[in-house]
Design a protein around this ligand. Sequence first.
Ligand code: KIV
Length: 274
Amino acid sequence: MKQTVDFLKMKRNQEMITMVTAYDAPTAKIVEDAAIDLILVGDSLGMVVHGHQGTQPVTLDDMLLHTKAVARGAKQTFIVSDLPFMTYHRSIEDTVTNATTLVQTGGAHAVKLEGCTGLILDSIERLTSGGIAVMGHLGLTPQSSTVLGGFKVQGRGEQERTKLIEDAKRIEASGAFALVVECIPESLTKELKDILAIPVIGIGAGKADGQVLVFHDLVGLTTGYIPKFAKTYANVHDVMLQAVEQYRDDVLRESFPDERYTFKDAKKERSTSV
Ligand code: KIV
């Protein structure tokens, strides 16, 4: 399994870093089998798995449940788990307790948190000095979408751009091992990549040191709005829909279950295995 130092080395060697979200054991196994470098148990699960409009309803218990499932499905891949809405805004002690839950009980190898307040910077320092690796997240930070005025491109104005660069430097100085940047102009991503020693992992941010996509967007399982930056590589939704429709038709015309899927009396069939 790759470690945080390997991601730093990959950046130095200009090797691209790949990250994909996963929320359960089978999707985690697919991501691991595809030799993706990092799995993110993203709080995007609030939207793509639980059907919420945003990430704010996601709780620590939700993240814990999904992180445990991912850890069972992918034993050889570095797992980052999102600290959900308002679980790192009260005190450093509270943040440490919540991050410890995701790592110690959930099986994550690192946590990700959004934004850059004084408390967040102090928490990053405390977590990393205590042994919990931290990934930062700047730009469009979905947990603050209400304050940001919705899901919008960030860092376009000169002031916003300067602040984002300063925040990124602070996050690195506090000890984060990587930084996700979401929905910012590519020119800003390039500047961040050049300034920071830690890898900058982009989503809707153009070329960076690595890329992350949401699993459901990538495989075509997301229904409804798909953001411009999400490239869809398959249409799994339609494949699943067709399978369920065929099953329905088979049951209606009584062609399922046929002999192959049916048990016989003990006299006719020895095996008891299902
Ligand atoms: O929750 C998530 O999936 C994320 C990615 C969009 C980076 O934070």
